[in-house]
Design a protein around this ligand. Structure first.
Ligand code: NOJ
Ligand code: CA
Length: 700
């Protein structure tokens, strides 16, 4: 029996759904069109298949509705399988699973090639170039629920999202599980940090084989047995739960969404129409080719804020490192750091050395007690401590041409924060605080309201904060927040975030701080998601105030981090007196740009070393940064990125011959050379060393 049950004409593609011997398959006539090849299906065992290729043809996506009407996808790179058939779908609360018994009701394709400009960033102009395949599915029986899958195939990988169209049989619903699978074709090494493990996202990276993963945070970076670099992540995470990756079997990973709360095990409460975040699979022959991929940014919606001339990259100092060194305290008392007097000292230093902002932590009520353990008084975001004269300091800073960066540590009490949100941001605006650093320190995985730290309600909270901040023209630098999935494109005031182990661990971590390879892994993992508020710049490496700790880098490596770890807001985190002790090296921090025309990876290998060049936005200067792990090595930095007809002065801040991150970390050399695009700089890096180079064109 052959019964026609649906008929659709889409551009040059006509699909006729048929019921064939009780098995639902599809017959179709087709015309191959650029970027999309549709294969013929017929009654029998062959299922429905649709394919799309990236603009260069290197990356291919194959979609298939198998014999049970379940959607599956595959990804290949230059004809090499990367992702084997992998399942898609959902388990919903009180509903039958949304994963089988589908037919394809319609297929559409699109090709996009446009270029847009970031208001600030590591790359001014970004090309958005992909082939799109939209598959509309409908259940053949029962409620005939609909589910769409939108695939975008870029030269650097594949992205897809689920779309729940408006429909009478699925209005409001709860996702119990997202069934997305990532069945890697090959065994692989993977660099990953644990998810839902109790310390937000602040872990050292594990390098294990794929089958040793438990639950991994993304981006997770893999190098397959066949030598491909693969990165799994997500884009445009709004109003949904964070996706982590659970190892299932063999080389299989599966999406695992963070539960809603301690008592509610569902993952996301949704109402149609709704689009999930994008699931992204990036692939290249070298991890260096993935560092400057902007696929996740391309998958986010364009700027929703309109005029963002009030969002400005810049450098800052602040009352911060002295807190982590335990020289001062956040809470009131003899050692209270955020006093009027101390803040004035920082404002003076910022004004003298050209820093835009001064961060002040511990200025407001809420720090007295075990605030990190839900034991503090509720934080109050409009009530300064009595020894912090905010009105006086607001005027003092303004007169000196700098602004104070507000600090909102919430202790993970999001309800308390949300109650005060509007007032808190109006207060920042009224006091000239153009930026705020937020924080969500907690012990465990739960917010104080019992919801999961990275679950749907927290994701919603994070967006509410960005929107409220935007209303008051405040830039947000968020710590312990949800991971970056490219939201800065839509909300350019979401200027930076932490969400990995930053400098703070070097002050007090019982494991001895970040090991030398940490910052050679970050560029290939965490940094693939977006800017990081790492807060580089420690000059007093041996930390006399913390005898059990030491920063595990040379001083030159701390300078290199300003170029290596991209952020539009960079802190000079050390104490003013430690910069005064090295005015020549401090000059690099004063000079280095934070907003870039372009970024070019010069070389590197995950966990070993990394070298990058960045051109100043609206300028002719370039900066280069290179860092190594515990191995001393020579890097050969080819300057071919420079314009051919110009000579440059290279000011090189490098490790001295006898530098060593343990024995002699502050031994550095500053030297100048005239160079051109034909040259390369051969530089010796010490153990856990680095080099920072400023390249200034010579007027001739
Ligand atoms: C953790 C943040 O990462 C750090 O920068 C901040 O100083 C403390 N929380 C206190 O809010
Ligand atoms: Ca932190």
């Amino acid at each position: 029996m052959l019964r026609i049950i649906a008929k659709t004409v889409i551009g040059s593609l006509r699909i006729v759904a048929v019921q064939c011997n009780r098995r639902f398959v599809r017959a179709m006539s087709f015309v191959p069109i650029a970027g999309l090849i549709v294969l013929l299906s017929a009654c029998g065992s062959q299922a429905n298949r649709f394919s799309a290729k990236s603009p260069s043809g290197d990356v291919a996506l194959d979609f298939e509705l198998n014999e049970s009407g379940s959607p599956e996808y595959r990804v290949s790179y230059k004809d090499q399988q990367v992702i084997l058939p992998s399942g898609l779908g959902f388990l919903l609360d009180g509903e039958s699973p949304l994963k089988e018994g589908f037919i394809v009701s319609k297929v559409s394709t699109a090709k996009v090639d446009d270029t847009w400009e970031q208001p600030w960033g590591e790359q001014r102009l970004i090309r958005n170039h992909y082939a799109e395949l939209l598959i509309r599915l409908q259940e053949i029986a029962g409620d005939k629920r609909q589910l769409n899958l939108r695939f975008r195939v870029f030269d650097e990988g594949v992205a897809f999202r689920y779309e729940f169209p408006q429909q009478s049989s699925l209005t409001t619903f709860k996702v119990m599980d997202e069934l997305t699978e990532f069945n890697l074709a090959d065994a692989a090494d993977i660099w990953w940090t644990p998810a839902q493990a109790g310390n937000q996202y602040e872990y050292l990276y594990n390098k294990t084989s794929l089958n040793e993963v438990t639950l991994a945070h993304t981006p997770a970076t893999l190098k397959t047995e066949n030598g491909l670099a693969v990165v799994l992540h997500e884009a445009a995470l709004f109003n949904y739960s964070t996706m982590n990756l659970r190892h299932v079997d063999g080389n299989q990973l599966k999406a695992e969404l963070v539960p809603f709360s301690k008592t509610e095990s569902f993952k996301a409460a949704l109402s149609a129409p709704f689009n999930t975040p994008w699931r992204t699979i990036k692939v290249a022959e070298s991890e260096n080719d993935l560092v400057t991929s902007y696929m996740e940014l391309n998958l986010n919606e364009p700027n929703k804020l309109g005029d963002v001339s009030w969002v400005n990259p810049g450098k800052y100092i602040g009352i911060w490192w002295e807190l982590h060194l335990n020289k001062g305290t956040w809470e009131q008392g003899e050692k209270h750091a955020a006093t009027t007097q101390n803040t004035k000292k920082y404002i003076d230093f910022a004004a003298e050395h050209g820093f835009a902002g001064v961060l002040v932590e511990g200025w407001n009520y809420g720090w007295d007690g075990e605030w990190w353990n839900h034991g503090g008084g509720a934080f109050n975001f409009t009530k300064p401590y009595p020894d912090y004269d905010i009105d006086y300091l607001t005027k003092y800073a303004k007169d000196k041409g700098v602004f104070i960066i507000g600090h909102h540590e919430t202790g993970a009490e999001t309800d308390n924060y949300e109650k005060q949100l509007e007032d808190a941001y109006a207060y920042l605006e009224a006091h000239g605080m153009k930026a705020v650093k937020t924080g969500y320190v907690e012990s465990g995985e739960l917010l104080t309201n019992g919801n999961y730290h990275h679950g749907q309600s927290f994701v919603q909270h994070a967006e509410k904060v960005i929107q409220t901040a935007a209303k008051h023209h405040v830039m947000v630098v968020a710590h312990e927040t949800v991971k970056d999935t490219g939201e800065r494109r839509t909300y350019p005031n979401m200027i930076s975030r932490e969400v990995a182990r930053g400098q703070e661990y070097n002050a007090w971590s019982e494991d001895g701080g970040n090991p030398p390879n940490h910052t050679t892994i970050l560029p290939y993992t965490r940094m693939l998601s977006g800017p990081m508020d790492f807060t580089p710049g420690v000059f007093n490496i041996s930390l006399p105030e913390r005898p059990d700790n030491q920063v595990n880098t040379t001083l030159a490596k701390q300078l290199a981090l300003y170029v290596v770890v991209y952020s539009p807001v960079q802190m000079a985190c050390d104490l003013p007196e430690n910069y005064e002790a090295h005015p020549d090296a401090f000059q690099f921090i004063k000079d280095v740009a934070v907003d870039w025309e372009t970024s070019i990876v010069l070389g590197g290998e995950i966990g070993e070393y990394f070298a990058v060049a960045r051109q100043v936005r609206n300028g002719d200067e370039w900066y280069v940064g290179a860092v190594t792990n515990e191995k001393a090595r020579t890097v050969d930095l080819a300057l071919a990125f420079l314009p051919v007809d110009t000579r440059f002065t290279a000011t090189i801040y490098r490790d001295a011959k006898d530098a060593d991150y343990k024995a002699n970390p502050t031994a550095y050399v500053i030297e100048s050379k005239t160079v051109s695009a034909k040259d390369s700089l051969k530089i010796d890096l010490a153990t856990s060393g680095g080099v920072a180079v400023k390249l200034t064109p010579i007027d001739e």
